[in-house]
Design a binder for this molecule. Sequence first.
Ligand SMILES: *Cc1c(COP(=O)(O)O)cnc(C)c1O
Length: 388
Amino acid sequence: MQNMPPRPTTYRLRLPGPTPVPERVQQAIARPLVNHRGPEAHDLFAEVEKRAKPIFGTANDILLFAGSGTAVMEASLANILAPGERVLVALNGQFGERFKAIAESMGTIVDGVECEWGEAPDPAAIRQRLARHDYRAVCVVHNESATGAVADLAAIGKVVADSPALLVVDSVSGLGGIEMRQDDWQVDILLSASQKALMCPPGLGLVSVGAKAWRVVERSDGIPRFFWDFRKAKAAIDKAETAFTPPLSLIAGLREALRMIDEEGLANVQARHRRLAAALRAGGEALGLPIFTAAAARRSDTVSVFHVPEGLEGGAIVRHMYEHHHTVIAGARNRLSGRVIRIGTMGAVGEGDILTDLLHLEATLRALDRPVARGAGVAAAAAILADG
Ligand SMILES: *Cc1c(COP(=O)(O)O)cnc(C)c1O
């Protein structure tokens, strides 16, 4: 380790999750604990519910669980599946594959709707599959963090609503940053997590369950569940409680983050994500990094994914950004490894973050012997930001 530069004591966390936690949220997390069955906790849960519902676009209860995003992916499936049942999964990226692996671990029969990584799932292909078999669930990733493609949930929701299947959606990296209308889009189970656009540390999973899904959750012949039992969570939230001792500090942080979103205005928050992502994509392209996400009309506003040019290794860019600029971006930990880099525009992100990313990216590309026009990335981004 002799040749390693010293590690920075602070650095710019520019991942597609976890994302930087605003100071207000940090302070809320640091406050003294309250009795989890006392009046302060009732107020906390009630306020989180009230403020979270519009972000989900739902009138459903919001169930909270200690765990990462994957925990609530698993919990959502464990509450509706039984071994031997059929599940359909849209396979257009890493997190669709995770849904598939989880469903398989439960002894279900999993069919995939395959599509190129970088594309959004095709609603017509899902309709065809639903006509062929009875599925218990259709699993779709709203915002595929590995590829930057956003699913057309309005169209997919219509297709699934015409069948007995339940639409289960992972919006871990979308919720809060991009539009979500669970009830209008007929999403039966929507799950998310605290550490992305919701600006909190990892550790909190959020789930909203619609009426069609509750009828399945409530059956008694499904997969055994206890801590993760949505019925227990629902009975508790009806009393503004949680079934078991919840991660109170994280929930206090989430309340503060939700207050920040309300102060800015949800529509303004999403417009900010859209504008910053457009600026970052334009800047990256100007630096000679083509956008990976093939679905041009369905590109994410929370994560930008760029092709790494021939002759370069994604890992080399990520490493150089960290070691020389203290900027932490992501590569890929899947079949795209080495071929893409990913930068988050989710949560507490502003113009300065994007411009600094591009400045560092330009210096990094030059240091790695890529010819880049001086200032091109920042100029392209600034032109978009100047348009408002
Ligand atoms: C981050 C993420 C998850 C959750 O991952 P965890 O590490 O379990 O929190 C799930 N789905 C998507 C699309 C994600 O971006």
